[in-house]
Write a protein that binds this ligand. Sequence first.
Ligand code: FAD
Length: 307
Amino acid sequence: PYDVLVVGGGPAGAAAAIYAARKGIRTGVAAERFGGQVLDTMAIENFISVQETEGPKLAAALEQHVRSYDVDIMNLQRAEKLIPGQQHVEVQLANGASLKARTVILSTGARWRQMNVPGENEYRNKGVAYCPHCDGPLFKGKRVAVIGGGNSGVEAAIDLAGIVSHVTLLEFDSQLRADAVLQRKLHSLPNVRVITSAQTTEVLGDGQKVTGLVYKDRVGHDDHRLELEGIFVQIGLLPNTEWLKGTVALSPRGEIEVDAHGRTSVPAVFAAGDATTVPYKQIVIAMGEGSKAALSAFDHLIRSSAP
Ligand code: FAD
């Protein structure tokens, strides 16, 4: 059995594996796609101490760093079931194999909910963005839309209004769902327009980058076009935790509930990164949380009786 088995190979999982391996304990990583969301990212400008890098480059560096230690990397392996136990925690993989470990660190990350409209995938990273903290500054002085009028959409619109020239916020429903204090702040901004009952139906582009979008007015039923350079989709971040339902305590949003040490509701099972309740989903944060979870797992091991 592993001393530490990490499930997920994004920034959180890579950091957890390195911190565990550096304790000289038996460490494994099982990941569906080593690198995680970083693989889908182009410019990264907020990875502290690295002015600018690219997702695939950072993902390769993550893997290289992990491989420099004695870690079993099991890539292209999807975990389907977690079975807690007195002696060992068991993780069952989609390929039928079963891994046993004295401690497990869950770092399966999350995925942004997509609009699923024509043009969205084609112009991803070419004007279609999901993370205002990451990509907001790339649209300095330009026109953008924010899709979604919940807390994250309205927060994004307020944030972006300070950077870009104009923000149009589109909400599907007849009213915004964000907290009143955020809505008041939003409505006080001169360069923000809010359109409700608006269903985005298409992302427009010139083959290279986004040039606009089309939305349907759900009341009048007619189509409208907006000309703009960026579209921030803020209709939800879905944690990859479906497989843990009923085993580990999850928040109403499906995030793994963790305490300040990265402990979950199950003894010997820890969690880190975008899959958890930790606020702000970012690379540096995921790495810090992964490191913390590994140190907590090590602490658990030295306190438990088995040799
Ligand atoms: P993830 O990166 O999501 O990794 C999860 C890992 O778990 C993957 O290896 C995945 O394959 C694996 N996995 C999932 N389910 C299972 C399963 N059942 N069994 C086994 N493995 C599984 N952040 C920044 O700080 N700066 C940026 O500029 C930035 N830009 C971004 C741009 C885009 C387009 C996106 C999508 C995200 C961006 N982010 C950025 C956010 C950042 O990528 C995430 O916060 C970070 O990757 C989270 O790390 P993580 O390890 O928690 O999860």
